[in-house]
Design a binder for this molecule. Sequence first.
Ligand SMILES: [Zn+2]
Length: 187
Amino acid sequence: MRCQEASSAMSLKMDQRLSESEERELTEHLASCPACAEEQARYIGIESLFADARWLPVPGGFSQHVMRRIHQRRTRLAVLRGFLAVVIFGLVAVGTLALLTSLLNPVFQQLVRYPFFAWLVTTGEGIAAVLRTVVYALRLVLSTVLNSLTPYVVGYLALAALLLLAWTRTVVLSRRSSGMILQNNSR
Ligand SMILES: [Zn+2]
């Protein structure tokens, strides 16, 4: 047994979750390793601090209150996450659309020679026109902003970055709180 394994075996032992053979291995390691033996002594010291502590009765409705708070928090996080996802999706969609329009234009020029694609293009012409108008309008707004006020562009990027950060945080937080619930249930 190595020191790292011994360390986790020690905490498992405190929870009485160590098999007989594992406990034997731990005892052997502790006998030959002063560093781990010292760690074990520290563990026992901490445990004895709590040995005399009395169990206090939990106030009525405590667990319901805790679960309600967790639920409220998760709901809030879910709403916030949904909102941020929509905003981020919008930002990404606008950027992608602008990029695709310029990239795919030559490809369209080639495909239009085939009747089927010509038909497809004609059908999609209306939508494409709308999209082109949107992209054009956005480009106009962007170029105006770029030409006049660079701080706004920086602000826009900072806002996008902030939103992305906040979104990531909500994901992490909700993972953590569901992890907590799992842990509590498994006890
Ligand atoms: Zn050791």
